[in-house]
Design a protein around this ligand. Structure first.
Ligand code: ADP
Ligand code: MG
Length: 248
């Protein structure tokens, strides 16, 4: 068994008085494709932010690549974060820039400030950006203004940016929430293909069918707690009913 990519020990996340995650214990191994499922407010986005180190838990420990995230100085944390590519639900693209600049933002963890600045004026690494866009199926959009693209194409730009980063793990927060069913399938196929082992994928999903078809592990979160953590074929209809049950 390889060593875990992530280990969470007794993790709690509190926002004021509100307990968004309680007593989370889990390990994620290289090459796994993990779906986080659960209703809105269950704690999926919070968990993803804890994994990428942009949020520090109020209790417990988070280990990523055998380093305790809380023990790291800013520089070491950035080194770990270079290996963690996140696709946020809001995409965080700069609308009025051309696609290539948004894709190149995937280099920012590696580039000097000066190179990053120059790249805003003179597009750098055109070949890498073109390759990444080809991988996500829109190579012709390299010099298009990002806000002229459709929602599905913008989602692909966000994925291309992560490809340029070339991380060990991709975290994706509801990557298909705003897409129609056909596009959703394309984007999920893409994420699955791009996360061939040893690359790891952790994706939060509303659509349980895609969690089943595209992931090999499902973690059900309910009100900040893990309700189940199992391979999709072991997640029964009753478990799904319990996951989305309205009453406490
Ligand atoms: N920065 C924050 N401040 C206060 N409450 C927050 C913050 N972030 C998340 N929450 C709350 O924590 C809970 C879990 O949120 P979230 O992780 O976004 O859930 P999900 O992604 O599953 O919809 C929600 O009730 C949300 O309102
Ligand atoms: Mg969320």
């Amino acid at each position: 068994m390889p060593s875990p990519l992530f280990t969470l020990q007794n993790v709690c996340q509190q926002f004021g008085q509100f307990l968004a995650l309680s007593d989370i214990n889990l390990q994620i191994y290289p090459g796994e494709r993990v779906a986080l499922v659960g209703s809105s407010g269950a704690g999926k986005s919070t968990l993803l932010r804890l994994l990428n180190g942009t949020l520090h838990p109020t209790q417990g420990e988070i280990w990523a690549m055998e380093r305790n995230l809380q023990d790291l100085n800013a520089r070491s944390l950035r080194q770990i974060q270079r290996q963690i590519g996140t696709i946020y639900q809001q995409l965080h693209l700069v609308d009025n820039l051309r696609v290539i600049h948004n894709v190149n933002a995937g280099h920012l963890g590696r580039w000097s400030f000066l190179k990053a600045l120059v790249s805003l004026i003179v597009p750098l690494e055109v070949k890498t950006a073109t390759q990444a866009l080809a991988q996500v199926g829109i190579p012709e959009k390299l010099y298009e203004r990002t806000d002229r693209l459709s929602g599905g194409q913008q989602q692909r730009v966000a994925i291309a940016r992560v490809l340029v980063q070339d991380p060990l793990v991709i975290l994706a927060d509801e990557p298909i929430a705003s897409l129609d069913p056909a596009l959703s399938r394309d984007v999920m196929d893409l994420l699955k293909n791009l996360s061939q082992p040893p690359r790891t994928l952790i994706v939060s999903l509303h659509d349980v069918d895609f969690a089943r078809s595209h992931c090999d592990r499902m973690i059900g979160l309910r009100q900040g707690r893990i309700l189940f953590d199992a391979s999709p074929d072991l997640v029964s209809p009753q478990m799904m009913v319990d996951l989305y049950r309205l009453e406490p």
